[in-house]
Design a binder for this molecule. Structure first.
Ligand SMILES: Nc1ncnc2c1ncn2[C@@H]1O[C@H](COP(=O)(O)OP(=O)(O)OP(=O)(O)O)[C@@H](O)[C@H]1O
Length: 576
């Protein structure tokens, strides 16, 4: 119920459309029931008049029948139009709402989710909520309003018949939906989970296809997919079985009501309480009223999967961001001086600190490198500087201002990042460059690429800067992708530069060439570089050696060559 209320509040901006959809659906139903009832009355009244040899006015009922038929047809059209408009607006609004909540969680809190899982939540879970308005809210409101009107109308003729209709409508409109909901709850929840698992396994299998093929694990993965798929089909079959039973039961109740009305009504005709045409009208009327409750069992059967989808979205939306944004505007830093003061940090649930009292003074324009064994906390330090996480204790300052006083966006505007992994979007080279500076003219793009030493390569491509790089940049080599990253950083023109192993995985010749480009990028900027490459380290003002979250050695490349740990980390001790 709580989840339903929460969704209802989220739908507040669309209540006008929702109300419109409900009104048209109600009019359509009333027109259809009126059509059936008046037709029953009209045919019988004509037959009785004919048998008695008396004349009757058939113009008025014929006109009402025609009017009801037109209202029903037009109503169906507008009902679809308005309810779908309302639903699409709700879904569009929900997507924006979800993204707004997703943004502050990235990347720290979202690491816990598989990308396929997130995709399922963004697409399928939000789409699943379209059920709620069209298949649950509108039918329930229409059934309650119309059901009361139908029983009151029948009571105008006979209280016993009204009571009968009330009972059978309650069976079809309350008992069967309750049963549908109860039986559909478990399979509904499982269907949502299995659909998410299937998507996740599918994405995993596609992304890791090379590994699966190389290690001969493709068949095993296919079997895994098959198992999930079979389990999903079994649950869907269970759901179909349940809906078959409840639908059949609704039809059976409707027909039973028709017979019961006739059975109770015939004595009323005999004793003159009802005229024969009125009985025919009431019989067809009672049959038609079940149209109001017929969608309810299926709606409530599917309600659980809709709510399960809503709960999965709420679970993300309710996650507390790793970083608290300040309430006021960001300060203006004096310069790009970075001061790290006794910073300690551990990831949630981790026992030992990743950074354990780090101090670093990085005046504007200085270049410092960080060296350390794998897992020593180098990337974590970058994540703190980018304010993806916050230190547990200690403080980081930028230009004299504490980092926590900056909004994430304002801070990251001052920082350019080049890492060993460059994400390239499934777009052209130009579009991939423009994400760093959306308004940059072609001349500036070319100038940045020239400095990054990639312009020549791009210019030789048949489509030049319009060349499509493919998903995750599959059409470019690692070195080329990193040059694009350097060009992006140049275009960003930020005063602070973070380089996370920019030459990792490249051969010595490419590394040397790339370092020339990196050199150009470093000019005039405050630089923090993570690397183990002597070529790059020799060019730095200071080097910090990190071990288990502590700075254990510091100095220039030349000085540290005499230190105990540094040469080992660079593999220089093995060479000598
Ligand atoms: N999101 C996270 N949640 C929990 N623990 C994490 C997370 N990210 C990193 N860690 C842990 O923190 C420690 C430091 O990780 P970090 O990535 O900073 O190391 P690193 O020095 O950059 O390593 P590498 O050179 O291999 O990139 C590791 O033990 C790692 O397992």
């Amino acid at each position: 119920m709580q989840d339903l209320m929460r969704l209802w509040r989220l739908f507040a901006p669309y209540r006008g459309w929702m109300l419109g959809g409900f009104a048209v659906a109600l009019i359509t139903l009333l027109a259809n029931v009126a059509l059936m009832a008046i037709s029953g009355w009209f045919i019988t009244a004509m037959a009785v008049a004919g048998a008695a040899g008396v004349a009757m006015n058939y113009f008025t009922p014929a006109a009402v029948i025609r009017g009801s038929a037109i209202a029903r047809t037009a109503g169906r059209y507008f009902e679809r139009l308005i309810t779908h408009e309302a639903t699409l607006r709700q879904l569009a609004g929900l997507r924006v709402w979800f993204y707004r909540h997703l943004e502050p969680l990235a990347p720290a809190r979202l690491m816990a989710y598989h990308s396929g899982d997130l995709l399922t939540r963004i697409r399928s879970d939000i789409d699943a909520l379209d059920n709620l308005y069209v298949r649950v809210m509108v039918p329930v409101l229409v059934a309650i309003t119309a059901g009361v009107a139908f029983v009151l109308f029948t009571a105008l003729f006979d209280l016993g018949l009204a009571l009968l209709l009330l009972c059978t409508l309650l069976i079809a409109g309350v008992l069967l939906p309750w049963l549908g909901h109860r039986l559909g709850k478990e399979p509904g929840q499982r269907i949502v989970q299995l659909q998410a698992d299937l998507r996740q396994a599918g994405i995993d299998g596609t992304q890791g296809l090379s590994e699966l093929l190389v290690y001969g694990a493709a068949d095993g993965h296919a079997r895994h997919l098959d198992r999930i798929s079979r389990a999903l089909v079994a649950e869907q079959q269970r759901m179909s079985g349940i809906s078959g039973i409840t639908q059949a039961a609704t039809g059976f109740t409707a027909n039973l009501t028709l017979w019961a009305v006739l059975w109770l009504g015939i004595p009323l005709v005999h004793d003159g309480t009802l005229a024969p045409p009125q009985l025919a009208m009431l019989a067809l009327f009672s049959l038609a009223t079940f149209e109001a409750v017929a969608p309810l069992p299926l709606a409530f059967q599917q309600l659980e999967s809709t709510l399960a989808a809503a709960r999965r979205l709420f679970a993300i939306v309710d996650t507390k961001p790793a970083v608290t944004e300040p309430t006021g505007p960001s300060p203006t830093p004096r310069d790009s001086h970075i001061a790290i003061e006794s910073v300690r940090f551990h990831y949630p649930d981790a026992e030992r600190p990743v950074l354990d009292g780090i101090d670093l003074d990085l005046p504007a324009g200085r270049r410092v490198a960080i060296v350390g064994a794998t897992g020593s906390g180098k990337t974590t330090l970058f994540n703190l500087l980018l304010r993806f996480w916050e230190p547990v204790s200690g403080r980081i300052r930028l230009g004299g201002e504490p980092l926590e006083a900056f909004h994430g966006e304002d801070l990251r505007e001052r920082v350019a990042l080049v890492s060993q992994y460059t994400h390239l979007f499934d777009a052209s080279i130009r579009e991939n460059l423009l994400i760093a500076a959306p308004d940059a003219p072609q001349g500036l793009l070319e100038q940045a690429c020239e400095t990054a030493q990639i312009h020549g390569f791009i210019a030789e491509l048949p489509d030049g800067y319009d060349t499509w790089v493919g998903e995750t940049g599959v059409r470019l080599s690692g070195g080329q992708a990193r040059r694009i990253a350097i060009a992006r950083a140049l275009l960003r023109d930020a005063p602070i530069l973070l380089l996370d192993e920019p030459t990792e995985g490249l051969d010595a010749v490419t590394e040397r060439a790339l370092m020339d480009a990196v050199q150009q990028l470093m000019v005039g900027r405050t630089v923090l570089l993570i690397t183990h490459r002597p070529v790059a380290l020799a060019q730095m003002d200071e080097i910090l050696v990190l071990d288990q979250g502590r700075v254990v050695e510091r100095g220039t490349h030349r000085e540290l060559l005499q230190a105990p740990i540094y040469p080992r980390l660079l593999g220089l001790d093995l060479e000598s």
